[in-house]
Design a protein around this ligand. Structure first.
Ligand code: ATP
Length: 329
């Protein structure tokens, strides 16, 4: 449904998108993730026919994205979507349906259906007086008035509260169930994780990783082993014993135990030996899969927006959901 090949967009000397290639199949939800300035909006605007590529091509529903006929198949949600504040949600959406020459009865049904599915209240309130979340939902409903095959959404859930975010993400799943193709951008991998079939991670105009979220995590992240002991293993002594060859390991006190994080099974055994030598023992071993935050940090070289390096969403002082007992993977 979407084919992007050799896509490039430059502004003077500056390249906003560099040699981008990807394709999105019918009924697929595809995420474009990356930090500020990565080139997400530029890519989406090219798909929507609002920006002309400097090189390469983007095909949407069989049309080159620069062909006006493509727009009949496309619904676009811009990052900022100012609405006509004096109109109500219903009158605003009817107005757009008229622009697309959608017959009134069809438009009314479509609009009601979209607003129901988006759980939009206050349909007859002036848009200037409704919440940010409602405005975003009206803008999403607007993208559907022409019943497009392809939806291109720029940061659909950005700045929304968790309940509204969930409702928007759930709606995206419904669009897929209805056979629509959806491409959306997000700063935040957590937004795409639960919804997207595949994602690309962009950084400085380039795609730096692609695939399913799990696939990306497997390819670009590394498993860490957490070895819990009843004494603190002396890492310096271990390193000296092994010619300094023990890979990076850190020890942290966790309650009355000590957690040594190491990257390999061999290193787990080294820690086990060190604990035994010191008269202690290993009491638990857990594997910790890389979080998406880890992968993002690794690929992009900085934490996801709003997070600080070293913050962990998924790790507390003790075993966590991603911290799995050995042998149960
Ligand atoms: N019209 C323009 N003229 C010059 N530079 C531009 C133009 N549009 C975008 N850029 C630059 O291209 C780069 C990519 O911008 P883009 O908006 O595509 O990034 P983004 O990934 O969507 O970022 P954000 O998450 O902040 O929206 C940025 O450095 C931006 O300043």
């Amino acid at each position: 449904m979407i084919e992007v090949a050799g896509l490039r967009k430059t502004y003077g000397d500056f390249a906003a998108v560099v040699d981008s290639d990807f394709s999105v199949g019918e009924g697929e939800v595809f995420g474009i993730v990356g930090p500020n300035g990565a080139g997400k909006t530029t890519t989406l605007k090219i798909l929507a026919g609002l920006v002309e590529p400097t090189a390469g091509e983007a095909r949407v529903a069989g049309y080159d994205s620069t062909e006006p006929a493509m727009r009949h198949h496309l619904g676009f949600l811009p990052e900022e979507s100012p609405l006509y504040e004096e109109m109500t949600a219903t009158s605003y959406l009817r107005f757009f349906a008229d622009l697309y020459d959608v017959p009134r009865p069809v438009a009314n049904e479509r609009i009601e259906d979209a607003l129901d599915r988006l759980e939009l209240d206050h349909r007859d309130r002036r848009l200037g007086d409704v919440s940010k979340g409602m405005k975003r939902k009206v803008a999403i409903a607007r993208s559907l008035v022409n019943d497009p095959d392809v939806l291109v959404y720029d940061e659909p859930a950005s700045g929304l509260d968790p309940v509204t975010t969930n409702s928007v993400l759930e709606f995206t799943r419904e669009l897929r169930a209805a056979g629509k193709t959806v491409v959306f951008s997000a700063h935040n991998l957590y937004h795409v994780e639960s919804v997207c079939d595949r994602v690309v991670i962009m950084n400085e105009g380039r795609i730096v990783a692609r695939g399913t979220v799990d696939g990306i995590r497997e390819r670009h992240g590394e498993t860490t082993y957490h070895v819990y002991t009843d004494i603190s293993p002396d890492l310096e002594a271990i390193r000296n014993d092994h010619d300094g060859s023990l890979p990076d390991a850190t020890v942290e006190a966790v309650g009355d135990r000590f957690r040594t994080a190491v990257p390999t099974i061999d290193a787990v055994e080294t820690v086990r030996g060190a604990a035994a030598t010191a008269g202690g023992a290993v009491v638990d071993i857990r594997t910790r899969e890389p979080s998406l935050e880890d992968v993002f940090l690794e690929l992009v070289g900085r934490p996801m927006p709003g997070r600080r390096a070293g913050d962990r969403m998924d790790e507390s002082d003790d075993a966590t959901s991603t911290d799995r007992p050995e042998g149960r993977e």
